[in-house]
Ligand binder design. Structure first.
Ligand code: HEC
Ligand code: HEC
Length: 344
C-alpha cells in the first residue's frame, strides 16, 4: 500500500475553501477567530512547537506522490465484500467504517460531519475514538470534558500546530451536534479503548515519518538507539493508512522511563500532588480531570509541553498549573511513557 493516503488529510481544508460558507451557530463566548475561518488560514497563526519536543508534533513530509484515487482496498479483518477506493478512504465527509458491528450507530456529525467546515469526527478519531498520535484519543473521555475542549479550541485556548482542523470545526459546530458527538465518544466501551503497546528498550526498530505525519517501520531489520529524551510512536502496520480501526500503535520508550515516570506520577518524591489525586488512582479520569491512562505518549507530551509554554490555556487548566511548573523535560517524557503504558 502506498504511504501517501494521509496526504489527503492535509488537503481537507481545501474543501472548506471551495464550498459555500454556511451560516454558523454563533458561539456566545468571545472567540479569538472569526467563524468561517479555515484551517488553512489558521495554520500560520499557530505556535511553533518548543524544543525539545518538536517530534511529538508530527507533520507529514511534503512532496509525496498522490495516491491513485481509484485503487481499491479492503482493511484486514473487515468484510471482504467491502471494497473502498482511496478517494473514499480519504473522504472527509464519509470516511471508512470498516467494522460497523463494533459500535453503536454513528450520529450523522460523527460519521459524516457537515460540509464545509465540520469533517466527520471519524476521519481523524476513527469510529472507536482512539485516533492516531497526531490527533488524539477521545474514547472514554466524559461528555462535559469533550464539550469543554471543543469550546477551548473555539476560544483560542489551544493553538498548537495540530489544532487548526479542530479550531475550524469548533467555530462552526452547533451545540446539538457537539452533544451528539460527545455522547457517542463518551460511551465507547473500555475494552475498545486499548490502542497502545509500550515497549521499554534501549534499541527500537528503525522507523520514519510518513504520510500524514504518522511513523512507520522501515523495511528491514535495522534498529536505532532510543535516547533518553525521545519516544518512537510507530503504527503497528501500514493499515492505519486505510483508517483500519483494529490497528493501533506501539511506543518504544527509553530504558528506565517507566519506573521514573511512576515516581513522577506519585508526586515526584513529595514535590507535588500525585497525578492520581485528580485523574483517579487508575488515571482513568475523575471529575473534571480526564483519562490519561493508555493514551498516546505523543499526545500527552504535546499537552504537557503546551500547558507549560502557555500554548494551551484557559480557566479549566487551573488545577494543572501548579503541577506543570514543576515538571522538567525529563519528567514529561517519563510520565508520558508511564501513562501510555497504563491500562485504559
Ligand atoms: C482533521 C482531523 C480531525 C477531525 C476531523 C476531528 N478532530 Fe478532534 N482532534 C484533532 C487533533 C489533531 C487533535 C489534537 C490537537 C492537539 O494535539 O492538541 C484533536 C483533539 C480533539 C479533542 C481534545 C481531546 C482532549 O483530550 O482534550 C477533542 C475533544 C476532539 N478532538 C473532538 C473531536 C470531535 C467531537 C470531532 C468531530 C466533530 C473531531 N474532534 C474531529 C483532529 C481532528
Ligand atoms: C490538582 C489536580 C490535578 C493534578 C494533581 C494533575 N492534573 Fe492533569 N489535569 C487536571 C485537570 C482539571 C485537567 C483538565 C484541564 C482542562 O480541562 O483543560 C488536566 C489535564 C491534564 C492533561 C491533558 C489531557 C487531555 O485530555 O488533553 C494531561 C496530559 C495531564 N493533565 C497530565 C497530568 C499529569 C501527568 C499529572 C501528574 C504529574 C497531572 N496531570 C496532575 C487536574 C490535575
Amino acid at each position: 500500500m502506498k504511504k501517501i493516503l494521509f496526504a489527503a488529510l492535509a488537503f481537507a481544508p481545501l474543501l472548506a475553501l471551495s464550498a459555500q460558507a454556511q451560516k454558523a451557530v454563533k458561539p456566545a463566548a468571545p472567540s479569538a477567530f472569526a467563524p468561517g475561518t479555515t484551517a488553512r488560514d489558521l495554520a500560520p497563526l499557530m505556535a511553533k512547537p518548543v524544543a525539545p519536543f518538536e517530534w511529538a508534533y508530527p507533520v507529514g513530509p511534503t512532496g509525496l506522490p498522490r495516491p491513485d484515487p481509484a485503487a481499491t482496498f479492503t482493511a484486514q479483518g473487515a468484510d471482504p465484500n467491502l471494497k473502498l477506493t482511496m478517494r473514499q478512504v480519504g473522504d472527509a465527509f464519509g470516511p471508512p467504517d470498516w467494522f460497523p458491528k463494533d459500535h453503536a450507530p454513528l450520529p450523522q456529525i460523527v460519521g459524516h460531519g457537515r460540509s464545509p467546515h465540520v469533517p466527520a469526527c471519524t476521519l481523524c478519531h476513527l469510529p472507536n475514538g482512539n485516533g492516531h498520535p497526531e490527533s488524539a484519543s477521545i474514547s472514554g473521555l466524559t461528555a462535559p470534558y469533550i464539550t469543554q475542549q471543543m469550546h477551548a479550541f473555539r476560544d483560542g485556548e489551544r493553538t498548537n500546530i495540530r489544532a487548526p482542523a479542530m479550531i475550524e470545526m469548533a467555530l462552526d459546530i452547533s451545540e446539538k451536534e457537539l452533544r451528539e458527538a460527545a455522547a457517542y465518544y463518551a460511551h465507547i466501551p473500555r475494552a475498545q479503548q486499548k490502542w497502545l503497546r509500550v515497549v521499554e528498550t534501549s534499541r527500537a526498530p528503525a522507523s520514519h515519518v510518513g504520510a500524514g505525519g504518522a511513523r512507520f517501520f522501515d523495511k528491514g531489520a535495522q534498529t536505532v538507539p532510543v535516547a533518553p529524551d525521545m519516544i518512537y510512536e510507530v503504527a503497528e502496520s501500514e493499515e492505519v493508512e486505510l483508517r483500519n480501526a483494529h490497528v493501533g500503535f506501539v511506543d518504544y520508550v527509553p530504558a528506565g522511563s517507566l519506573e521514573k515516570g511512576r515516581i513522577v506520577a506519585m508526586g515526584n518524591r513529595g514535590q507535588m500532588r500525585s497525578c492520581g489525586s485528580c485523574h483517579g488512582d487508575d488515571y482513568r479520569g475523575h471529575a473534571d480531570a480526564p483519562r490519561i491512562a493508555g493514551r498516546s505518549a505523543y499526545y500527552l507530551i504535546r499537552q504537557l509541553a503546551d500547558m507549560r509554554s502557555g500554548v494551551r490555556k484557559g480557566a479549566a487548566l487551573g488545577k494543572m498549573k501548579e503541577i506543570i511548573g514543576k515538571l522538567s523535560d525529563a519528567d514529561i517524557i517519563n510520565v508520558a511513557a508511564y501513562m501510555a503504558s497504563r491500562s485504559p
